[in-house]
Design a protein. Structure first.
Lengths: 928, 342
């Protein structure tokens, strides 16, 4: 029965009670200074009676490019419940000292003074005993925690390079472009005509901007998801290609072959932008180099065969422009060497064509299990459309991920798919603080920032003095590769951790196990390791010191090494922990690592301090975080923890008569005035003053609009960048930021013909490093993933889950209630039936590396033979505390240790050996 | 028994199932805002579930309620076990209890073996032709609300804007509403002996602010607006283009939450080649959810998509793209941060 009456009933007490739930007395800006990549979500934080009650996406980002949708309302379920973490039961608000055995979880509350004195004494003991590098500071990506590492950084502690520590590296992209991280802004993804979601699961992991993919589809673009399982990111695709696990290189190379055979590749682009036009000697497989042709000529001078004159001519090092030369991609020529002999040379393209003979669609289909017709069809689409590859950091975690990524980059290169809107690919890249920061300044204020900018620029000029063709980007990379490079930015001594792990964490036994390495590795792993160290390839990253430097102190700020480290707790607790005299967890919560620490120092939560969210190139904004409330209890902002530790270090050093520390790199730091230097004589002691100073520095460097201050951010919440500054990831973008356009990288290379930062100064598919030639990997090739962990029946894959940023948020009660609320592993329905497993039962997953317990979740979307554990669960969430990392051996591919070759040498957050954890062999049985 | 009044206007929600990514931001936004008090632990007024799937409460589609040929049909009252969830954990025991690895984080409250999203990403079919999609659900604020008619205490009413609200001062916890609701979106609070469900964010709406589930949707998959506002996106999707459809129209409660039905990838033939003439979600399954109109809606979407792929204009596609986020909020586009409470 329907009646027409005046209806209103929201005047009662019940209605007011609901109204009151929504009220607040204070609004501040907030975001999350965590390793949520790309982050960048401006939130409003609502406080009532001194307690943060909720947050909501601010939705304030302006529309940039009229041809695309805006970025609002960036956020996700983690961000929308972050405030509940402030008051959750795993929050720690007063310094805790271990009162039982490590790992027991017994605590005594102590004062900051007592805790810091004890910790600093242990640090100084470590310096005297084993050197400053024996203080290990993992470079973990929680942005907000970085200032807590200030003290360790200031005295030259060893900071592990993040690219291996958290494995988010794209090695194949680095090999190709000399940089792994040219990235479009999010809105550029709308403009793609074809998006390949490949080695990524953005529906889980890029919640705040997945909409651009859905919207590009409504704009006429197509989405193709290439993944072994029917992932959540396949459901909104036009096509799902269920590639066999680990065979992506074969699929990509086959599409490359189709393009070349049909003649639909972009010849002009390939000649100009890539090394495939450079000549290679047929006798040695090495590039024809200047010193082959004439004594004294540069060994990094490369050559073309000019089709007009049929002459061998030098390819310019200072520009990609071809001038009057038309380099051929095909054919051969005899070259007269300086010793009078003649050798046959061919463009690298000819070598590539021969390599691709193994990848006809029919042959490749047998490897990757994608139908030949599908391979041909997709190759045609890629060749004829603006195409993007949406990749995550999944491929890089495969043993042969470098080969997969090189093959994917080849696909983009042959089709000319970078350097214009709607094309390209991605990795991680941050900017927005280029050259800024008190660390580089002598006093507060913009004038000092100008001086520091001038000094940096003249340093880069000096570095390129011997080579006028050197680009600014290459000069900056060269500076970072120098022995002092790792100390840039106050990071202590940053270096690749693989060598430390091998020598001190027990990994030697694992990596030397030939059964778990690739059968095409011609020599013993240990032989490659020792050769790399003997040749000094890793000296600038302290690779050479670990034979005789034993770790003594571990300072984990914002990270959770016992959750994160592949190879698992057994390696760490058995090999590393006994060597450590002091383990400190600096965090706002008690993690598994915290439980195994000697001290937990309570850090402020994210709405209790100043900061910015991840300054990612995907959004290109400086997004403000300001305190909504003071740090809870006795907790302190990470910066104040860092400063307090500096002060205490000075005090305790003085007490024992220690005045300076000299690192293994010969650099000396004075222990006097540590605090003064960090606070610029106290003028920037206050967090707000320091933050404002940093914002203003960024305006000086041109990263933020002229005159930007903290107050500007308070007005707007987020300010878009105006330039990249003079160093850092921003420069790798190689495109000028325009105020009303999407950002698409590589345009300085493709439009302005500025060289790439590789050995050949071109996108480089041919690597004539002796190890690569020996491995048959001078060009991309498909190789099967070796059986890491034994020959188990199932292949374990992984990836980030939907509900947490690593293990952060994982124990958030609200988030736990949105899934099964316990760790689980996905398994195919038929496999589960064959094993007699019912949905939800606990299983043991094991291999020769380890064993763990987890419940099983059954779905036909999982590929038969595959099991998936999305990572991030705290070990203490599993019965027995073993987690996925315990069954992932964390093998390093030997070629990652190659160095001494153009762009294959160490600089922080770039090329280095990284552990593999994908496609591990395991067995599964019902738990008892 | 309650009497249904006709509202002056009718607010409606539209969810685009081609943009929904199951992230639960809407669910969490709602939870943090409205249901964090004692007795509300298992409540999720807003949920997103994987379909096909049993959802929340478990197998709700089989529980009856609603109308048949205009007459109320009996429905089952979902039990707390059907809802599950409401979990709390032994944090202190694990983190500070001194027991080390002998204990691990475990549920210590709530029903352990089901929850608001227990069957997430399980779906149906057989690999490689398995399929699933996400279905966000809240109270449908029906035009013919079975809950309202079933209430023995006259606690439920329609507002001028068409929301179905409960006067909790009148509610005596009889739960006949919950048995009558075919969507099973009503929860019971044992602490206060009242039932509770989505309040349509009425305190926000009366301030000109869109509901949290819409305003906080990062997938830009949700719209709100009056059905009779011909300029608004909601009205256009529902009335003009007829691409947004109610869920289970056969329940006859005339729900006011509408869905753009999901496209899905081409199935894979036995020999591994692509079958481009079909989509992998069986059409009959979609029909079982959205009624026979789903086929026409999908056809319209495909035709308009093809226009864009040819380089032609499509007003529908542009509306689904949502160039400006404010389009989702309709007239409820006030920024809440600008409100100053007395």
């Amino acid at each position: 029965m329907v009646q027409q009456t005046e209806a209103s009933g929201t005047s009662g007490a019940w209605a007011d009670a609901y109204r009151d739930r929504w009220k607040w007395d204070k609004v501040t800006w907030g975001s999350h200074a965590v390793d949520c990549y790309p982050g960048g979500c401006p939130f409003r934080v609502y406080t009532r009676d001194g307690k943060i009650v909720r947050e909501e996406q601010a939705g304030v980002l302006p529309l940039i490019d009229k041809s695309t949708p805006d970025m609002n309302p960036m956020g996700c379920q983690k961000g929308a419940s972050w405030c509940t973490l402030h008051y959750s039961q795993d929050r720690v608000t007063t310094p805790l000292k271990r009162a039982g055995e490590r790992g027991e979880g017994k605590w005594e509350e102590v004062s900051w003074d007592e805790a810091l004195a004890d910790i600093c004494d242990a640090m100084l003991d470590a310096v005297e005993d084993q050197g400053a590098e024996s203080i290990i500071v993992p470079f973990t990506p929680e942005l907000g925690a970085a200032p807590a590492r200030a003290a360790a950084g200031a005295i030259g502690a060893f900071t592990t390079d993040g690219n291996a520590e958290f494995q988010d590296f794209s090695p194949g992209y680095h090999i190709t472009w000399g940089k792994f991280n040219p990235i479009s802004s999010m809105d550029d993804w709308f403009l793609a005509e074809l998006t390949l979601i490949w080695h990524a699961n953005p529906v889980y992991t890029n919640i705040q901007w997945y909409h651009y993919l859905a919207e590009s589809r409504y704009n006429g673009g197509e989405i193709v998801t290439i993944a072994p399982d029917y992932s959540a990111s396949a459901i909104h695709a036009d096509y799902h290609l269920p590639v066999r696990i680990g065979t992506d290189a074969a699929l990509a190379l086959s599409m490359c072959k189709v393009m070349i055979d049909v003649g639909i590749y972009n010849k002009q682009f390939v000649k100009e932008q890539t090394d495939l036009s450079l000549l290679v000697r047929k006798d040695t497989g090495r590039f024809l180099r200047g010193d082959d042709l004439a004594e004294g000529w540069r060994d990094d001078q490369f050559f073309w065969l000019d089709s007009k004159s049929d002459q061998i001519v030098p390819a310019p090092r200072g520009t990609l422009a071809m001038g009057d030369v038309d380099p051929t991609l095909e054919g051969s020529q005899m070259a007269l060497l300086s010793d009078g002999s003649e050798v046959e040379v061919e463009p690298a393209f000819e070598f590539l064509k021969r390599r691709l003979e193994d990848y006809t669609p029919e042959k490749a289909a047998k490897i990757c299990e994608i139908h030949p017709a599908t391979i041909r069809k997709l190759a045609h689409k890629i060749a004829t459309r603006k195409t993007k590859i949406f990749i995550g950091w999944n491929s890089g975690k495969y043993y042969h991920g470098d080969l997969m990524e090189r093959s994917m980059a080849l696909l983009l290169g042959l089709s000319g798919n970078w350097g214009k809107k709607g094309t390209g690919t991605r990795s991680w890249g941050i900017s927005g603080s280029a050259g800024g920061g008190a660390a580089a300044k002598e006093r507060p204020g913009p004038r000092a920032a100008w001086e520091s900018r001038r000094q940096l620029l003249s340093m880069f000029r000096l570095l390129s003095a011997d080579d006028p063709t050197m680009t600014h980007e290459i000069a900056v990379n060269r500076a970072a590769s120098s022995p002092a490079g790792g100390r840039l930015g106050g990071l202590g001594r940053m270096g690749p951790p693989a060598f430390l792990w091998y020598k001190q964490f027990g990994y030697k036994e694992r990596w030397d196990n030939k059964d778990w390495q690739d059968p095409t590795m011609k020599r013993e792993f240990s032989e490659y390791m020792e050769e790399a160290l003997e040749k000094g390839w890793w000296d600038s990253g302290a690779g050479n010191i670990w034979e005789d430097t034993e770790p003594r102190v571990l300072i984990e700020a914002g990270g959770n090494i016992l959750r994160r480290q592949r190879g698992g707790q057994e390696m760490l607790l058995k090999h590393l922990w006994p060597k450590l005299k002091m383990i400190v967890s600096i965090d706002y919560r008690i993690t598994t690592t915290g439980i195994y620490s000697d001290y937990i120092l309570p850090a402020a939560q994210h709405y209790e301090k100043f900061g910015t969210s991840m300054p990612s190139i995907h959004h290109m904004n400086t997004v403000l975080i300001e305190p909504a409330t003071p740090p809870l209890g006795n907790s302190k902002s990470d910066r104040q923890i860092g400063l307090a530790m500096l002060k205490k270090l000075e005090e305790r050093a003085k007490a024992r008569g220690m005045t300076e520390i000299t690192g293994r790199d010969g650099q000396t730091v004075s222990l006097e005035g540590l605090w003064d230097r960090a606070t610029l004589d106290g003028e920037l002691e206050d967090d707000e003053a320091a933050f404002d100073d940093n914002i203003q520095d960024n305006a000086v460097f041109g990263v933020l609009p002229k005159g930007t201050t903290l107050e500007t951010l308070r007005q707007k919440g987020a300010v878009r960048w105006t330039a990249w500054g003079v160093m850092g990831h921003g420069l790798a973008q190689a495109s000028t930021i325009k105020p009303d356009e999407v950002h698409n990288p590589f345009r300085w290379h493709t439009e302005d013909k500025i060289p790439y930062p590789t050995l050949t100064r071109r996108a480089q598919y041919y690597i004539d490093h002796e190890w690569f030639l020996e491995a048959g990997e001078e060009l991309p090739v498909h190789k099967e993933t070796p059986p890491q962990g034994g020959n188990g029946e199932f292949i374990l894959t992984s990836g980030h889950n939907r509900w947490s940023i690593h293990s952060m948020n994982m124990t958030n009660n609200i988030i736990l209630n949105t899934h099964r609320g316990e760790p689980f592993m996905f398994m195919n329905n038929k496999d589960a039936a064959a094993k007699g497993l019912e949905n939800g039962v606990e299983v043991r997953v094991f291999n020769d590396a380890g064993s763990m317990l987890i419940s099983v979740k059954i779905s036909p979307s999982v590929r038969p033979g595959q099991v998936i554990i999305y990572n991030g669960f705290e070990p203490y969430m599993h019965r027995g505390w073993n987690s996925q990392a315990d069954i992932e051996p964390g093998i390093v591919k030997w070629l990652g240790m190659a160095g001494g070759y153009g762009h294959l040498q160490y600089r922080p957050l770039a090329w280095q050996p990284i552990p593999a954890d994908r496609a591990v062999n395991v067995d599964v049985e019902k738990a008892t | 028994m309650g009497t249904i009044t006709q509202s002056k206007r009718q607010l409606a929600w539209v969810f685009d199932l081609n943009k929904c990514i199951g992230c639960q931001t809407c669910s969490v936004a709602c939870k943090v805002l409205w249901t964090q008090e004692k007795g509300e632990e298992p409540m999720w007024w807003m949920t997103v579930n994987t379909k096909p799937g049993l959802g929340t409460p478990k197998a709700w589609e089989e529980m009856g309620g609603g109308y048949k040929d205009g007459k109320q049909t009996p429905g089952k009252l979902p039990t707390p076990e059907d809802f599950g969830g409401g979990w709390d954990y032994n944090y202190d025991e694990v983190l500070r209890g001194g027991k080390g690895r002998a204990v691990h984080l475990e549920k210590i409250a709530g029903h352990k073996n089901w929850g608001m999203n227990w069957d997430e990403d399980e779906g149906a079919g057989e690999f490689p032709n398995s399929y699933f999609f996400y279905l966000p659900r809240l109270c449908n604020h029906c035009t013919q609300p079975g809950c309202l008619e079933a209430c023995p205490n006259d606690a439920l009413f329609k507002t001028d804007e068409g929301l179905v609200l409960r006067d909790e001062d009148l509610c005596k916890g009889a739960q006949l509403c919950s048995a009558a609701c075919p969507y099973k979106k009503i929860y019971f609070n044992p602490e206060r002996n009242v039932s509770q469900q989505c309040i349509g964010c009425f305190p926000r709406i009366e301030q000109g602010v869109a509901p949290a589930c819409v305003r906080q949707c990062p997938g830009r998959a949700a719209w709100i607006g009056f059905l009779d506002d011909e300029t608004g996106a909601v009205s256009k999707f529902v009335n003009k283009w007829e691409v947004a459809l109610p869920l289970h129209p056969e329940f006859e409660t005339k729900p006011n939450v509408y869905y753009i039905p999901p496209l899905s990838p081409a199935p894979i033939n036995e020999d591994g080649s692509l079958n481009e003439s079909e989509q992998r979600i069986p059409p009959e399954y979609l029909e079982s959810l959205f009624g026979p109109q789903v086929h026409g809606a999908l056809d319209t979407i495909k035709v308009e998509l093809e226009k864009k792929r040819r380089g032609d204009d499509s007003e529908l596609m542009d509306a689904l793209i949502m160039y400006h986020w404010n389009e989702a909020l309709g007239h409820l586009n006030r920024d809440p941060a600008n409100i100053v409470w007395d």
